[in-house]
Design a protein around this ligand. Structure first.
Ligand code: 5GP
Ligand code: MG
Length: 175
C-alpha cells in the first residue's frame, strides 16, 4: 500500500483528544443521572468511540452496528444497508449514536429510522467530524467534534482504501 501524496494534518492527536474530552464532559452533563447506550457505527467510528466513551462519566452500555453504503466511493450513494445489528435491547433507553463523520447524512438518517423502531426513550447523534456543506438530507448531529469544509478526510478511524484507520491524527491528501 503505497500512497505517496502529501499529508496535510488538519487535527493533531492532541487537538483531537482535547476536543473529545470536551465532548465527553458535555455528554456527561447532558445525561446526568441517566444511563446511556452508545451505538458505534463500524468501521469508521471505532477509534473515536473508544476515546469518547472513556471520557463519559455516566454509566454506558456499548454496542455496534455495521452500515454500508453501496460502492467504495468517496461520495455516498444514498442507499444504506444495516449489515449487522446491535444485540442490546434499547427499548426505553437513552441512545447515543456515534459515527466518524457526517457527510450527506444518508447513513445517519437511515440508522436513526432503524433505531427508532426499537422504541428507545431518546436518540442523539455524536460525530467527530461534520461536513454540513455536503448534506443531502435534513439532519444535524447533536454533538460535533469539528466542523470541516468539503475535503476528503483520512485517519483517526477514517480510511483511504481500507488503510490509515490507525493513524492517530486527522489529515487530508494534498495533490
Ligand atoms: P454519509 O452517509 O453522511 O454521506 O456518509 C457517512 C459515511 O461516509 C461515513 O461514516 C464515512 O464512512 C464515509 N465518509 C464520508 N466522508 C468521508 C471522508 O471525508 N473520508 C472518509 N474516509 N470517509 C468518509
Ligand atoms: Mg462510516
Amino acid at each position: 500500500m503505497a500512497k505517496e501524496k502529501n499529508q496535510r494534518i488538519l487535527f493533531s492527536s492532541k487537538e483531537i483528544s482535547e476536543r473529545v474530552n470536551e465532548l465527553g464532559k458535555e455528554i456527561t452533563r447532558d445525561y446526568d443521572g441517566n444511563d446511556i447506550v452508545v451505538i458505534s457505527l463500524l468501521r469508521g467510528s471505532f477509534v473515536f468511540a473508544a476515546d469518547l466513551v472513556r471520557s463519559i462519566e455516566v454509566p454506558v452500555n456499548i454496542d455496534f452496528m455495521i452500515t454500508s453504503s453501496y460502492g467504495h466511493e468517496e461520495v455516498s450513494s444514498g442507499k444504506v444497508d444495516i449489515i449487522a445489528d446491535i444485540r442490546t435491547s434499547i427499548e426505553g433507553k437513552h441512545v447515543l449514536i456515534v459515527d466518524d463523520i457526517m457527510d450527506s447524512g444518508f447513513t445517519m438518517s437511515k440508522v436513526i429510522e432503524y433505531v427508532e423502531k426499537k422504541k428507545p426513550e431518546s436518540i442523539k447523534v455524536c460525530v467527530m467530524l461534520d461536513k454540513p456543506s455536503r448534506r443531502k438530507v435534513e439532519i444535524s448531529p447533536d454533538y460535533v467534534g469539528f466542523k470541516i469544509p468539503d475535503v476528503f478526510i483520512v485517519g483517526y478511524g477514517l480510511d483511504y482504501g481500507d488503510y490509515y484507520r490507525n493513524t492517530p491524527y486527522i489529515f487530508t491528501f494534498d495533490d
